[in-house]
Design a protein around this ligand. Structure first.
Ligand code: HEC
Ligand code: HEC
Ligand code: HEC
Ligand code: HEC
Ligand code: HEC
Length: 551
């Protein structure tokens, strides 16, 4: 905002700089209702040029291109981003930017804004952050629609695991209970002579809703984190939506840097939901104005993701991509990488709001993608580990050494949900297709699938499974994805960031002719028998493959 009373001195300075032939400065001050604000960030909007106000709230830019008009913005913590309206030419010296405080409390009665355009409403994100005519424009709404977060309340794998059903809605019988004088009642394994459609929270705990919604349906669970049954949500309920992530103000973490074990998802976040007529969006940029936005440094820190990507159930760490990241060299603030660096990379577009709605042309390196690729993304999985295969033949024996290095992933591979596993499958056969005899080396356990190799049932085949294997205390079911029951970790051979794992195999070579060895590294989303019980159809993803012909 420019004040008229400053026109005179400003003209005087302009005259001086014009005489020196250097009208390349912009100076002014940042204030709030009480006076000057020290330490505010002032920026030439949509550029990399910024400065900080001094103790009197003053700022100065110099060396600007003469005649090039610019808009200025100012931000300080606790205020909306100011400015962005008037245009200044180098030479202006009495610019005043006025900061307005935003709320500092969370209004629990706030009604979330929907991401989707709704008749009669103006605030829906899709109105300005989407280009329907060009879904590849990489605007946030269109990307989010392709991201698992937007589908979290509708994910059929989540819902069928919650309900103990298959995808057709058939439900497994309620879990049978045993009784013991010391422990009281405890669950028994399912009776497999009856139709069985896999495990489920609801068949084990029919009377409670569980904590699942605290992360999977956080907007609904915010007022009842342990009392929101995800299967009771109306059709079309939004998953983890725009307004939720952009209302996050702070994360509660313990001194060890992790969220409290019994406070998953919404329970470890602080929000700033406004009660009055004004809105408030937290974003990664400090120069978005005019509008009701503020900058939040948390937006590009891994801690932002922590409460939903870390969880302990019955003292057993289940989800832990954040904890694994924290333990890894990637958490180094200087040389590391954040979750966002890998899962929300920049550079795909030069604007993030429709230009007609006030979107600016910005440096693509300042705009983050919302695609958030994960376990269904082939490109990400093919670029997460590297596989080195070495062979050596000696005295009629072929030695094979396979080293897998986690050289591109910021946490263990695989991570988070313990259904995930990585299978190393080795096939060694003669020219005629006769399998070579394995005389040394591991074989894939039965839970890799018993049956036809063609159907991905690799149990008994030379190779390995990399996974965190859980066993249920009472039923001893192993591996288990029913971590809502008490479980223990029986083994965990997943590969941590920058670690590698080497396994060796020895085969008897055929007397004559060539033979071939095929090494595959496969990402499997869930145990094959569970997928069959549930009717999930999630094809394996090939992470790496090598073919070797020897003679
Ligand atoms: C899971 C949380 C999450 C969801 C859901 C989400 N965002 Fe974001 N968004 C972020 C984070 C984190 C950043 C900043 C990334 C960074 O700084 O590294 C961001 C950045 C932005 C920005 C700044 C420009 C840019 O793209 O970098 C806009 C605008 C934005 N989001 C709008 C939206 C809209 C609109 C939606 C819904 C269609 C949405 N976001 C959904 C977390 C989320
Ligand atoms: C701390 C937050 C949190 C809680 C609590 C939580 N989840 Fe999850 N869940 C996640 C995250 C994050 C993912 C995605 C991680 C991944 O893809 O590995 C996920 C993934 C899943 C998946 C895999 C979905 C797929 O498409 O393969 C299932 C199934 C699932 N959760 C079930 C549950 C159930 C049932 C509960 C409650 C008993 C629950 N979750 C509680 C955060 C949580
Ligand atoms: C009327 C149009 C409009 C609507 C509706 C709208 N936005 Fe925006 N939003 C904008 C514009 C314009 C910008 C700034 C663009 C720029 O500076 O390049 C912006 C910027 C943002 C930012 C960046 C803030 C920062 O400081 O980094 C976030 C986050 C954001 N919007 C989230 C949302 C969310 C969430 C919704 C839906 C609940 C939404 N917006 C709805 C127009 C809109
Ligand atoms: C150096 C890059 C990098 C960083 C940093 C990184 N990731 Fe990942 N992430 C990957 C790659 C590559 C994969 C695919 C391999 C895998 O599933 O482990 C992945 C997979 C995932 C998955 C999918 C898991 C599944 O099976 O569905 C989740 C969830 C995830 N990351 C969350 C996070 C979180 C949260 C952080 C920060 C605490 C983070 N990532 C940091 C690269 C990274
Ligand atoms: C409110 C809780 C919540 C927040 C906040 C959150 N996530 Fe997630 N995230 C989830 C859940 C739940 C899923 C599983 C959704 C599903 O598959 O149905 C998930 C899935 C993912 C996936 C796997 C996507 C896929 O296609 O398989 C990645 C990667 C991921 N999150 C990364 C992040 C990163 C990075 C951040 C922080 C910028 C973040 N998440 C913030 C809850 C959250």
């Amino acid at each position: 905002m420019r004040k008229n009373r400053f026109v005179l001195p400003s003209l005087f300075l302009l005259l001086i700089s014009a005489c020196l032939n250097q009208p390349d400065i912009l100076t002014g001050s940042v204030r709030d209702k009480n006076g000057p604000v020290e330490g505010a960030v002032v920026r030439i909007q949509a550029s990399e040029i910024s400065t900080i106000t001094d103790k009197d709230g003053n700022f100065a830019f110099s060396g600007l291109s003469p005649k090039k008009p610019s808009k200025l913005t100012a931000w300080s913590s606790g205020y909306y981003i100011a400015g962005g309206e008037e245009t200044y030419l180098p030479g202006e010296t009495e610019i005043v930017l006025e900061l307005k405080e935003h709320i500092d409390t969370d209004y629990q009665g706030y009604e979330w804004l929907s991401a989707f355009s709704t008749e009669g409403k103006q605030n829906n994100c899709q109105n300005c952050h989407s280009r329907e005519d060009d879904p590849l424009s990489h605007l946030p709404f269109d990307e989010w629609m392709l991201d698992a977060h937007s589908q979290s309340t509708r994910n059929v794998r989540f819902l069928t695991m919650y309900q103990g059903t298959d995808i057709h809605g058939n439900q497994s019988p309620p879990t049978r209970k045993g009784y013991n004088n010391d422990y009281g009642s405890f669950p028994l394994p399912p009776d497999l002579s009856q139709p069985y459609f896999g495990p489920g929270y609801k068949i084990d705990f029919p009377d409670t809703a569980g904590n699942c919604s605290a992360c999977h349906a956080p907007m609904q669970a915010i007022s009842a984190p342990y009392g929101t049954d995800p299967s009771s949500l109306a059709e079309g309920t939004e998953g983890i939506s725009c307004d939720f992530c952009h209302k996050i103000w702070a994360v509660n973490l313990n001194p060890d840097g992790l969220p409290s074990p019994n406070m998953p998802g919404v329970l470890s976040y602080q929000f700033r939901r406004p009660g009055g007529e004004h809105q408030l969006f937290m974003g990664p940029l400090d120069d978005v104005a005019p509008g009701e936005d503020t900058f939040s440094p948390l937006q590009n820190q891994s801690e932002f993701c922590a409460p939903c990507h870390t969880a302990v159930f019955w003292d057993t760490p289940i989800y832990n991509s954040f904890g694994e990241w924290l333990e890894s060299p990637y958490s180094d603030p200087v040389s590391g990488k954040t979750c966002q660096d890998c899962h929300m990379p920049t550079g795909l577009t030069d604007h993030f709001a429709l230009i007609a709605e006030g979107g600016l042309d910005r440096g693509p390196e300042t705009i983050f993608s919302h695609l958030m690729p994960g376990a269904s993304n082939e490109e990400l999985l093919r670029n997460s580990v590297s596989m080195l295969v070495e062979t050596r033949e000696e005295r009629g024996e072929a030695n094979l050494k396979v080293t897998i290095t986690n050289d591109q992933t910021g946490h263990h591979v695989p991570t988070d949900n313990p259904l995930r596993h990585m299978i190393l499958v080795i096939t060694a056969e003669s020219e005629e297709g006769v399998p070579l005899e394995l005389i040394k080396g591991a074989v894939i356990p039965d839970w890799g699938g018993i049956g036809d190799l063609e159907d991905g049932r690799y149990g008994g085949q030379p190779g390995m499974i990399y996974a965190k294997v859980l066993q249920e205390y009472w039923t001893e079911i192993t591996p288990s994805g029913s971590y809502w029951n008490p479980t223990r970790i029986v083994s965990d051979n997943r590969i941590a960031a920058f670690d590698s794992d080497t396994t060796e195999y020895m085969f008897i070579v055929p007397d004559e002719g060539k033979y071939k060895i095929n090494v595959k590294l496969i990402f499997r989303r869930a145990f094959i028998d569970l997928m069959e019980q549930k009717g999930w159809d999630m094809p394996d993803i090939m992470m790496a493959e090598e073919n070797i012909i020897l003679e």
